[in-house]
Design a protein around this ligand. Structure first.
Ligand SMILES: [Zn+2]
Length: 374
């Protein structure tokens, strides 16, 4: 199969693009410098480019980039990576030793997600003068602060029905084909204050209500595709006051929507039942933070991505994830989407690193995906 590959990346150019990108600051909400770089680069590669107004709605100085390179071959495919990084992401000085790129230890590296951006740009460099299908890109903003740029992006502007998001740690070859639905709930229990020494029986302890509910709750790993967690609890004013209020924040996730509905209901029911028993009031807010998705390994998109991996000598690894990503949002908007690994390790830390060999393999993988589009 290897022989069928038309094109391979240029290591030097790819590495230079990556090193250029990480040195351009783009912490979430302040992506403008990297947006300018990417827009200029995409235009020089022959793409039509648009920047949307998402930034003004979500507090960023930039917007989501959409680009399109019209193809002479049939078919269309979209690639996506995010423009922003976590902090500390200003003044990144990449260092290379033994084929590994790291920061100087005072910042993140920003390979999350500039490895993805570099691979996509390299793919255009390699493919632009050859026959190719229509290729589109979405480079979103504010991904690291709750996928907010992607949530604003209008996927109906794309011609492509399929998209590949380059944005997960682990070796190239990794393909996330499923991710959970997620609910986040906030609960406020209102009891009744009273002097804890003189008249504790006249009070209703909101903390006690919360404790009983949580102690009887199914939490942690519920089954293969369902998890739940009480993450924040606060309340009370002093040791000598029966606490009037207790606030709880919790989440549940499942790759099966019915299971998630059941788990969320179970958690809320436990609070409601204990509040009722104690005579406390309760306020509940529930938000479906993102919708899940699930592909089978033989569906067209995972098949294409896996075949491309094999063709460039990578081992496809299908992962059913417990985390949410831009892919959840795109799938919910009707744009079929999987997330693939581009090799960065320890993201969101000063220990983040990227093997040059993984960057190169990822770029070849992306090029091959384009070649396989029909
Ligand atoms: Zn990322």
């Amino acid at each position: 199969m290897q022989a069928s590959i038309l094109t391979s990346m240029d290591s030097k150019r790819l590495l230079k693009t990556f090193l250029d990108l990480v040195q351009i600051p783009s912490e979430s909400g302040k992506e403008k410098p990297v947006t300018d770089y990417l827009v200029a680069k995409l235009k020089s590669l022959g793409l039509e480019v648009w920047v949307d107004d998402a930034g003004s709605k979500i507090g960023s100085n930039s917007g989501n980039i959409m680009g399109r390179l019209k193809g002479s071959l049939p078919g269309s495919i979209a690639f996506s990576s995010h423009q922003d990084t976590v902090v500390p992401g200003i003044g990144i000085k990449p260092q290379i030793a033994d084929g590994i790129i790291r920061s100087d230890g005072t910042t993140i590296l920003g390979a999350d997600d500039k490895a993805g951006l570099a691979c996509i740009l390299e793919m255009f460099e390699c493919i632009k003068d050859k026959p190719h299908p229509t290729i589109e890109v979405v480079f979103d903003i504010c991904e690291e602060v709750g996928l907010r740029g992607a949530a604003q992006f209008d996927t109906s502007k794309l011609e492509s029905k399929y998209s590949i998001i380059l944005d997960v740690d682990g070796a190239p070859g990794r393909i996330n084909i499923a991710a959970p639905y997620q609910d986040v709930c906030k609960i406020a229990i209102k009891g009744k204050p009273s002097h804890a020494g003189i008249a504790p029986d006249k009070g209703i302890s909101a903390i006690e209500v919360a404790s009983k509910a949580i102690a009887s709750m199914k939490l942690g790993k519920i089954d293969d595709e369902t998890t739940s967690n009480v993450g924040i609890i606060s309340g009370g004013k002093a040791t000598n006051i029966v606490p009037e209020e207790c606030r709880i924040e919790m989440e549940a996730r499942s790759r099966d929507e019915a299971k998630l509905n059941a788990q969320t209901k179970h958690m809320l029911d436990r609070f409601e039942e204990e509040a009722k028993k104690a005579g406390a009031a309760i306020e509940v807010s529930k938000e479906r933070v993102f919708m899940g998705y699930k592909f089978s390994e033989t569906d067209p998109l995972p098949s294409l991505v896996a075949q491309a991996a094999k063709d460039v000598g990578l081992k496809p690894q299908f992962v059913r994830s417990g985390g949410g990503s831009v892919s959840n949002i795109f799938n919910a908007k009707g744009l079929a989407s999987v997330v693939v690994g581009v090799g960065f390790e320890n993201p969101h830390s000063k220990d983040e690193f990227l093997r040059i060999s993984d960057l190169e393999a990822s770029a070849n993988w992306v090029i091959r995906m384009v070649e396989l589009v029909k």
